[in-house]
Design a binder for this molecule. Structure first.
Ligand code: 7RM
Length: 654
């Protein structure tokens, strides 16, 4: 009865469907399931035709010869023979249209009074100037440039300037430690570092340049450092090596021709943590990536010219690359960028910004939704959110409780929610609703984007039956797929193409229901085997969070003499709820009620905070180590707040 636990609780969820309103459908790009099915079937039958047509909407200096072909499996080439430039498509292409004076980037700083808007023509000018600064400092096509910056417009300007001259950017998230920065600079052999004096976090200046300085001595490849002023922190400048952004920009020319890049020339490297300690440098290339983020941004967010679009991610992770900068700008959209956090100065900051800029499309992570739900509805009710017409979610499965709150309290029951499943490696969104076409099922990322062919495989490689959990794979290539691991093609093959050699292995467990909806269950290693039952920890977490006292939870396996494994639940309570043993018992009972007795956590530990990456993902690897009583919980440098770990160890359940 392996699959029973996975289907019992989902059976109810699976039947619930939420349809988009007539008004939404009326203006949507794709208006019905029938229309989606038609587009989908054609895209899969003839991917070259489908992607070729989409690619034509961008500007190519020279058209491609073949839409796609394998050079040597699994290595693939998209739009071979084509010449294109990303910055040209994100900027120059709009300057000959009415969009030239449209807001491209609206930036809201953490202090309310700090904000800036760049029109397309203005952004183009800044990018050209900075591209000339790069050239002056000796940066050429193919060179790596490392960015270690706050969420300020200069990060987008630097990215676009790199793409303009064919330099490969490698963004290291500003929250990462100096040591993480060093590793990434070393692996990519970056010739330049672009950073800032510091960033602002909850009103406090946090050093960046100082942190970088502590390792730059060991980074021989870096010849120059460009420093932006942001946090008013005094920094040491090495005369021969370090230069101020604003000084370099003063006399830089605003004319810079965009380099004609081969479609398969490298665009950027983005490091992502793997199972080993060494992060993988995922390499994305030019033409395919741009076509993919262009088309997904347009259809998934149903983006229209008069929309103000806000993705709350940090530019330092893939969501920011694809859906703050490249996707929206390639569409000529207005993209909002926010420097701060959701709860500062008060827990209504996001809603205040939505009201201030009349945001229409809002894209965030489930962890943010849960954190703001925890703060209470009163913060939402202070603001007029009537401009919102579409909501998005990314990063983790969104549990039905958070989904309902997002839908009812934020979207006022009129905004579809696009639950978008994808990864750093996929470049863009792969499984997602097209919001005018798909009836939503809360908790499901629904269906594949046109051209994408996912499947659920069992260990022996055969396809799983409906509702049966297994490995999520993608059977056909798509233009946005990461092409290799930087300097390590073997690792690319090992990680993604060896368990099932013909398919891309996502590393997530998932299942597909009878209606063809995909349900992501979490990373493969988040599936726990309790007395022979496969239980997705996400499902137990979802049950816990559906209890009225619970704000957030993380469930991990713990070894158990009899059951093999059992479940250990970390639970964050809502504000004002009292911790008690009685409540623990009640929560365990609640899980039994929602899923069944076999899913009952063996232990419950209350935790005011959970170890999370700055992008909001709970680091279950660390929780597992804590639960197993390991002295060394492994690398904690990617955590937003490493002190959380000590508290959890101290308060561990016996
Ligand atoms: C975009 C991003 C990738 C991993 C992925 C999943 C999880 C992301 C969803 C999701 C369920 C979703 N890139 N994940 N989105 N799980 N539903 N809508 O997050 O490289 O940082 O992470 O995130 O496990 O494999 S990522």
């Amino acid at each position: 009865m392996e699959e029973s636990i996975l289907s019992v609780s989902s059976e109810r969820a699976e039947r619930r469907k939420v349809n988009p309103s007539k008004k939404f459908v009326k203006s949507a790009y794709v208006k019905s399931l029938r229309e989606y099915n038609k587009i989908y079937n054609e895209s899969v039958k003839n991917p070259a035709k489908f992607w070729g047509e989409k690619a034509k909407q961008l500007h190519w200096f020279k058209k491609w010869k073949t839409v796609f072909k394998y050079s040597k499996k699994p290595f693939v080439k998209w739009f071979e023979g084509g010449k294109i430039n990303v910055s040209y498509n994100c900027l120059d292409r709009h300057l000959t249209t009415w969009r030239k004076n449209k807001a491209a980037l609206i930036w809201q700083g953490e202090p309310e009074e700090d904000s800036r808007t760049y029109t397309y023509v203005e952004l183009h000018r800044e990018v050209c100037k900075f591209a000339n600064v790069l050239k002056r400092k000796g940066i050429r096509k193919g060179d790596r440039v490392c960015l270690y910056m706050p969420m300020i417009p200069e990060i987008a300007i630097a990215m676009l300037a790199c793409t303009r001259i064919g330099a490969i950017h490698s963004i290291v998230f500003g929250g990462y430690s100096a040591e993480s920065l060093r590793k990434r600079i070393k692996d990519s052999e970056a010739k330049m570092l672009i950073t800032a004096d510091g960033s602002l976090r909850k009103g406090k200046p946090m050093p960046l340049k100082d942190k970088a300085d502590s390792v730059l001595g060991k980074c021989r490849s870096v010849k120059n450092v460009i420093v932006c002023k942001r946090a008013n922190i005094k920094v040491k400048m090495n005369k021969r090596r370090d230069f101020w952004w604003h000084e370099e920009m003063k006399d830089a020319s605003p004319f810079c021709k965009a380099v004609e890049m081969d479609a398969e020339d490298p665009l950027f490297i983005l490091y992502t943590s793997g199972t080993t300690g060494t992060p993988k440098g995922v390499l994305h290339t030019t033409g395919g990536y741009l076509v993919y983020v262009y088309q997904t941004t347009k259809w998934v967010f149903d983006l229209k010219d008069d929309d103000t679009y806000w993705c709350t991610a940090d530019v330092g992770w893939i969501t920011g690359h694809s859906y703050i900068v490249y996707g929206p700008l390639a569409n000529g959209a207005t993209s909002l960028m926010f420097e701060g956090v959701p709860t500062y100065p008060e827990p209504d900051r996001f809603w205040q910004i939505v009201e201030k800029y009349k945001v229409n499309v809002f894209y965030t992570a489930p962890t943010v939704v849960r954190a703001l739900e925890r703060e209470g509805k009163k913060w939402v009710d202070k603001h007029d959110l009537s401009s919102l017409r579409l909501l998005g979610s990314v990063g983790e499965p969104i549990n039905p409780d958070a989904w309902n709150w997002y839908y009812n309290v934020i979207g006022k029951r009129k905004c579809p929610i696009v639950d978008t499943w994808w990864q750093t490696e996929t470049g863009g969104i792969l499984i997602t609703p097209l919001p005018g076409a798909m009836p939503l099922k809360p908790g499901s990322a629904t269906m594949p984007f046109p051209g994408v062919v996912p499947a659920i495989l069992k260990e022996d490689g055969s396809e799983a039956a409906a509702n049966e959990g297994g490995d999520l794979v993608i059977k056909k290539s798509w233009p946005g797929i990461g092409r290799t691991v930087w300097k390590n093609p073997k690792r690319y093959i090992d990680v993604y193409f060896s368990k099932f050699p013909d398919y891309y292995l996502a590393g997530d467990a998932a299942k597909k229901d009878k209606d063809g909806y995909f349900w992501i269950m979490g990373r493969i290693d988040d599936v726990v085997n309790v007395s022979g039952h496969r239980i997705g920890t996400a499902e137990v977490e979802s049950a816990l969070v559906s209890h009225k006292t619970v704000a957030e939870s993380a469930v991990v396996p713990m070894s158990h003499e009899i059951k093999g494994q059992c479940l250990y639940a970390f639970v964050t309570l809502k504000r004002g709820v009292k911790k008690s043993d009685k409540l623990k018992i009640e929560l365990v009972k609640h899980v039994a009620r929602v899923i069944g007795h076999i899913a009952k956590p063996e232990k419950v530990q209350f935790a005011d905070a959970l170890p999370k990456t700055r992008s909001g993902k709970i680091m279950r690897r660390i929780l597992k180590a804590i639960v197993e009583g390991k002295k060394d919980v492994g690398d904690t440098t990617t955590l937003a707040d490493a002190s959380v770990v000590k508290t959890l160890i101290r308060e561990k359940e016996k």
